[in-house]
Design a protein around this ligand. Structure first.
Ligand code: ZN
Length: 120
């Protein structure tokens, strides 16, 4: 399990753990739409198993975004005296926008790793 997290963050192929899912040096510090490899360069594993396969990754992305929004609120509330200070909302928005690029990549990697044992 902890190994899987390392491989997800390293952008490794779920099948051989050697190839890369995204054609980028790092899944972090990248902006714009992700450039994804169609097949693993090492084992030829097909990442997009069927058309619309990554539609489900959208729900993972939503979950990540909500979790980060809640985490931001919990951290930010310590800096305000009122419990529901409305000035926290723009802080949450900035964090969500800053994390969006990472979340796209992370959600697709999580989605691939969730279904890696189901072959077609
Ligand atoms: Zn591979």
């Amino acid at each position: 399990m902890s190994n899987s997290i390392v491989h997800i963050l390293n952008n490794d192929c779920p099948h051989c753990l050697k190839g890369k899912v995204f054609n980028e040096k790092s899944i972090f510090f990248n902006f714009g739409f992700p450039k994804m490899n169609q097949y693993c360069s090492h084992c030829n594993y097909k990442f997009e198993k069927e058309p619309g396969y990554f539609f489900g990754a959208m729900y993972v992305n939503y979950g990540l975004t909500v979790a980060q929004g809640i985490a931001t609120y919990v951290i930010a509330q310590f800096f305000f005296t009122e419990t529901f200070d409305l000035r926290i909302i723009p802080i949450i928005a900035v964090v969500i926008i800053a994390m969006a690029s990472i979340n796209i990549r992370l959600s697709r990697l999580l989605w691939i790793y969730m279904f890696k044992n189901y072959s077609m």
